[in-house]
Design a protein around this ligand. Structure first.
Ligand code: CA
Length: 254
């Protein structure tokens, strides 16, 4: 099978066991091979699968550090794979980059609402893909790397930046790495309005070169999901029309 052959090529070219592992689920062999080649060149360990079922089985065997997931797959679709991953505790926070061939805005939004961390529309440049993958991984690593036991608090909400844990009324909230960084950026500058562009640079930790190309709509979608996870505290994340967002903690709350 295509999967096995590619895996052998990749392991022959890259034996570094500490390198991040990326699983690519893509049914078009040329695209899968191109992505695998680029990521391997950048030092990633890459495994490929050509169907959703194979992808889920590969994740079951060994969870990757990041999943590149095509939306349009034969059999189990990319959306179904993503939904399944997000419904399991063990894979809820697995970083996912969605590939979509469809250009409709609605399709992209759906992907993000299902819990993807980012998306790329085909055709994309291999360089772009590498930048996005690196950016997502920086985001998911950054809270842990940011040592010092920092705790951010606002009333019933508490964010442990080191442990990468958010609790509301003592109950842990399950946030994706992106949602975590977004909440952290809002909390660190509470009361101050931040533009979507600023949030992209802070929460997404991307350089301006990339921020230009990630649509600000992406920020809106993640804010929407963060709000819903915050329950009744979701109202604290205020939209500042025509500018961006701010975290407005009510008077009397520490
Ligand atoms: Ca496809």
């Amino acid at each position: 099978m295509n999967t096995v052959v590619l895996r052998e090529i990749m392991s022959a070219t890259n034996e570094t066991s500490s390198a991040p592992r990326v699983l690519v689920v893509e049914d078009e062999p040329d695209i899968a091979a191109l992505i695998a080649y680029q990521l391997t060149r950048e030092g990633f360990r890459v495994e490929t699968a050509s169907t959703g079922d194979q992808g889920l089985a590969a994740i079951d065997r060994e969870q990757p550090d990041l999943l590149v997931l095509d939306r349009m797959l034969p059999g189990l679709s990319g959306d179904e794979v993503l939904r399944s991953l997000r419904s399991e505790d063990s894979t809820r926070n697995l970083p996912v980059l969605i590939l979509t061939a469809r250009r409709e805005q609605e399709d992209r939004i759906e992907g993000l609402e299902l819990g993807a961390d980012d998306y790329l529309t085909k055709p994309f440049s291999p360089r772009e893909l590498v930048l996005r993958v690196q950016s997502i991984l920086r985001r998911s690593d950054a809270p842990g790397a940011d040592a010092g036991g920092r705790l951010l608090r606002a009333g019933r909400l508490s964010v442990d930046v080191t442990a990468h844990e958010v609790t509301l009324d003592g109950e842990e909230l399950n946030l994706t790495p992106t949602e975590f960084r977004l909440l952290q950026a809002l909390l660190e500058r509470r009361g101050r309005t931040q533009s979507r562009r600023q949030l992209l640079e802070r929460a997404w930790d991307v350089e301006s070169e990339v921020a230009d190309r990630i649509q600000t709509r992406t920020v809106d979608m993640h804010v929407r999901r963060l709000r819903s996870k915050l329950g009744d505290l979701g109202d604290w994340v205020e939209t500042v029309r025509g500018f961006g967002y701010r975290l407005k903690v009510p008077e009397g709350v520490d």
